[in-house]
Ligand binder design. Structure first.
Ligand code: CTP
Ligand code: CA
Length: 221
């Protein structure tokens, strides 16, 4: 077995990653979802584990294998994800890659909704808690909190505003104007307080390793 000569730069660190979409139930057979594949978050969990970290991966509903050496907690909804994130603390780093649904149905039905031939029943929605902001402003805040932001325009400006509003240290801004969602490549800008590092388009695995290197640098400081 060829052993890697890479130093285990995150050995002894606990890295918490959220990934994938969330599914917000409407009734037992229907839900609200989004197009997140979970690939980028899973790649980050894999890269952190390769760097020697203990990794907790809180995963929404995705069809992806668990990366080697990663502790995976499967969840469906945003509320379940928030609970699993809380249960995984403390952590040295949190990387919140999940595309959390912004809204959930106020009262999901216990039984399958029927057409009934009449008017369409409206869905009453309410906003989900912001898991990243809750973590970043919370009592057990990890020393390094990294968020993601998928944007289709004004990518860096929106990301910088999100970084400040949510209390994250970094926001990895994801340009999703192309076919990033579900694809294997990504173009990101790491937006920090006083610096923006723009990476060229590259496979999601390479984005993950580049981000993990920066995380290791930051923890070493
Ligand atoms: N996020 C979260 N909980 C939410 C919504 C978002 O933890 N309820 C996190 C995501 O995991 C991501 C970051 O916040 O790391 C940014 O998500 P995004 O959807 O871009 O931010 P929103 O505040 O929901 O803004 P928008 O209206 O652009 O969707
Ligand atoms: Ca959102």
């Amino acid at each position: 077995i060829p052993l890697s000569d890479e130093p285990l730069r995150l050995f002894g660190k606990h890295v918490l990653v959220t990934a994938g979409p969330t599914h917000e139930p409407i009734d037992p057979v229907r839900y609200i979802a989004n197009r997140s594949s979970g690939k980028q978050g899973f790649a980050i969990a894999a890269a952190a584990a390769e760097a020697g970290a203990r990794v907790t991966l809180v995963a929404g509903p995705v069809h992806l294998p668990t990366p080697p050496g990663v502790d995976r907690v499967d969840v469906e909804s945003a509320l379940e994800m928030a609970e699993a994130v809380d249960a995984a603390l403390p952590a040295d780093v949190a990387v919140m890659v999940a595309a959390v649904a912004d809204w959930r149905v106020v009262r999901s039905a216990d039984q399958k909704l029927k057409k009934d031939g009449g008017a369409i029943a409206p869905l009453e929605l309410t906003e989900n808690p912001d898991i990243l902001a809750g973590l970043a402003h919370g009592l057990r805040r990890p020393p390094l909190v990294v968020g993601f932001a998928a944007e289709t325009q004004d990518v860096i400006r929106y990301a910088q505003a999100k970084r400040v509003r949510k209390g994250a240290d970094w926001i990895v801004a994801n340009d999703v104007s192309g076919d990033v969602m579900g694809g294997d490549a990504n173009t990101v800008h790491i937006v920090m307080a006083d610096e923006v590092v723009s990476l060229p388009e590259m496979p999601k695995g390479d984005v993950a390793r580049a981000l993990v290197e920066r995380i290791a640098d930051a923890l070493a400081e």
